[in-house]
Design a protein around this ligand. Structure first.
Ligand code: 5GP
Length: 210
């Protein structure tokens, strides 16, 4: 069976840092059954409060490189000077267990993942404005000024790739943005092909010719 024919949806959420993506995604994962968040591998050092195996699999460049060369990554990219990658085997494992998978990755990785899985559902989270984005990045207090400036410049670049995604959410209000994100997931799960995959006995019984 090819990877692309393994059942399960692949959601790819892209946003510049500071757009509120992590908060939205964590809430979605907590409230949505059978939706698993991929935990990326990264060479970035942990921020205060981040836990290995929960926020990221933190590793040095040598280990990341070995995994990359072994073909372990579905996609990988260098973002803000650090490497990030998504485990290919973990995703197919989740699908095999009947779960859908959500990736929270940058636009370069999203393009690679989409190349591999053209049915992946791209969702771009936009900040209400660039001023609001700068405000949020400064307010977070976890990165120094140089890092924030670099991330702001990267945000301009990232936002240029909004049209790679089928969906765009403007995160001016967290509850509204969350409801919109949840509705994209819910609607995606209700397509006929998805319903057929989730309820094969039903469709075979009533619509054997479908
Ligand atoms: P942060 O270091 O702030 O957690 O993430 C920085 C950027 O790296 C974000 O845009 C985030 O979406 C992206 N990122 C996180 N994990 C991955 C991954 O596995 N692959 C790719 N391509 N980007 C990732």
């Amino acid at each position: 069976m090819s990877e692309a024919s393994v059942s399960g949806l692949l959601f790819i959420v892209v946003a510049p840092s500071g757009a509120g993506k992590t908060t939205l995604v964590r809430r979605l994962i907590a409230r949505t059954p059978d939706l698993a968040l991929s935990i990326s591998c990264t060479t970035r050092p942990p921020r205060p409060g981040e836990v290995d195996g929960h926020d990221y699999h933190f590793m040095d460049e040598a280990r990341f490189d070995a995994m990359r060369k072994a073909g372990d990554f579905l996609e990988w990219a260098k973002v803000h000077g650090n490497y990030y990658g998504t485990s290919r085997r973990w995703i197919t494992g989740q699908w095999a267990m009947g779960r859908d998978v959500l990736l929270e990755i940058d636009w370069q990785g999203a393009a690679q993942a989409r190349g591999m899985f053209p049915d992946a559902i791209g969702i771009f989270i936009l900040p209400p404005s660039l001023e609001a984005l700068a405000e949020r990045l400064r307010g977070r207090g976890t990165d120094d000024a140089a890092v924030i400036e670099r991330r702001l410049a990267a945000a301009h670049e990232e936002i240029r790739h909004v049209d790679d995604c089928a969906y765009a959410i403007m995160n001016a209000d967290l509850d509204t943005a969350y409801a919109q994100l949840a509705s994209i997931v819910a609607a995606s799960r209700l397509t006929l092909s998805c319903q057929r995959r989730r309820h094969p006995e039903y469709f075979e019984r009533f619509f054997p010719s479908l």
